[in-house]
Design a protein around this ligand. Structure first.
Ligand code: HEC
Ligand code: HEC
Length: 299
């Protein structure tokens, strides 16, 4: 794994050129500025006046110069002792060895905690305060960008607190979702049903959750067309968690429940993607995350 973290030769050289170049340019600047000799003669005056105050072009104070030289030598010393880019400093430390030491310390500190929690089933772990706290931190880092800080989701991102599941809410199912990711596949029906068909079946879908705003006549025609949908959403529209096909009878919407939004979904299809996190986080962290998610809707 170390190899992946090494800077390429070019970038390593680049950091060296910038660092050493900057230090040398400071030295040159000081050398250049030091040549100015102090004097009170009028021709040593700078050519500007502020509110009648004039300025002499005087040499820099000694203490200030010494401080500046000091920082330069400190910088050179630091460069020699500590690692930069691919190179090892006089101290024998490299950036890679530092990273590995950090990772090992992290593993020694948290490894046993993760291991202990990994042995407990997800549903049971959801009652463990420490695990839920770790899970929440992991969630904020890796999941909140999409599902929101409070896990209530948003347009296209499911609410994880409502016990209404696309793929199922058992502990191991949640874990499978996070490990391997999920890909929803709702086909587009605009071409095969036509705009009238889309309108009819959309109105029928609204009636499934008892919506009064649905056009009853259109819905009656749409009921016939729903045979196209039953394979995935079930004959009664209650969905199928094997396919991630949502329950259409609960008035909870992933993509919005206005007639316009439902028509858009049916006409153009949808393909929500939950990314896999197995490689990013490792199974032990995912296990704790699953417990946190489970705890949100099972108080
Ligand atoms: C890039 C955005 C994104 C990130 C990051 C993300 N998710 Fe998701 N997640 C989604 C989408 C989109 C879906 C819905 C997939 C679908 O429509 O089929 C989803 C679905 C889920 C589901 C299934 C919900 C259900 O109703 O069955 C769970 C559980 C879940 N995510 C948990 C997590 C956790 C935990 C993390 C952090 C490790 C995470 N997600 C990170 C976008 C994301
Ligand atoms: C091949 C399986 C499949 C078929 C057939 C199918 N759907 Fe879907 N449908 C899905 C999936 C999967 C989703 C979730 C998409 C996602 O997660 O991005 C979905 C989502 C939806 C949604 C969005 C629900 C929400 O909460 O926003 C509506 C509405 C919908 N389908 C209606 C229909 C209608 C009406 C038909 C028939 C004309 C139909 N579907 C046919 C699989 C299917």
């Amino acid at each position: 794994m170390a190899e992946e973290n090494v800077l390429t030769g070019f970038w390593s050289l680049w950091t060296w050129i910038i660092s050493v170049g900057l230090i040398l340019s400071f030295l040159y600047l000081l050398h250049f500025a030091k040549r100015i000799k102090g004097s009170d003669s009028p021709d040593r005056k700078m050519h500007h006046t502020f509110d009648g105050i004039e300025e002499y072009d005087n040499p820099m104070p000694k203490w200030w110069l010494m401080l500046f030289y000091g920082t330069i030598f400190w910088g050179l010393g630091y460069l020699a002792v500590y690692p930069m880019g691919n190179s090892q400093g006089l101290s024998g430390i490299t950036n890679i060895s530092r990273l590995e030491a950090d990772q090992q310390a992290h593993q020694e500190k948290y490894g046993p905690i993760f291991e202990k929690h990994a042995a407990v089933p997800v549903e049971e772990l959801a009652n463990n305060e420490e695990a839920v706290k770790i899970g929440r931190r992991l969630f904020l880092n890796s999941c909140a960008v999409c599902h929101g800080q409070d896990a209530r989701g948003g347009y296209g991102f499911p609410n994880l607190t409502d016990n209404d599941w696309l793929y199922g809410g058992a502990g191991d199912t949640i874990k499978t979702t996070i490990m391997g990711g999920r890909q929803g596949m709702m086909p587009a029906w605009g071409e095969s049903l036509g705009e009238d068909g889309v309108n009819d079946v959309a109105n029928y879908v609204l009636t499934l959750s008892g919506r009064e705003d649905a056009d009853k006549e259109a819905a009656a025609r749409g009921k016939e067309l729903f045979s196209n949908c039953a394979a995935c959403h079930g004959p009664d529209g209650k969905g199928n968690q094997m396919l991630g096909a949502p329950n259409l009878t609960d008035n909870t919407w992933l993509y919005g429940g206005t007639l316009q939004r439902v028509k858009h979904t049916i006409r153009n299809g949808r393909s929500g993607k939950m990314p896999a996190h197995q490689d990013l986080l490792g199974e032990q962290k995912v296990h704790i995350l699953a417990a946190y998610i489970y705890s949100l809707s099972n108080k």
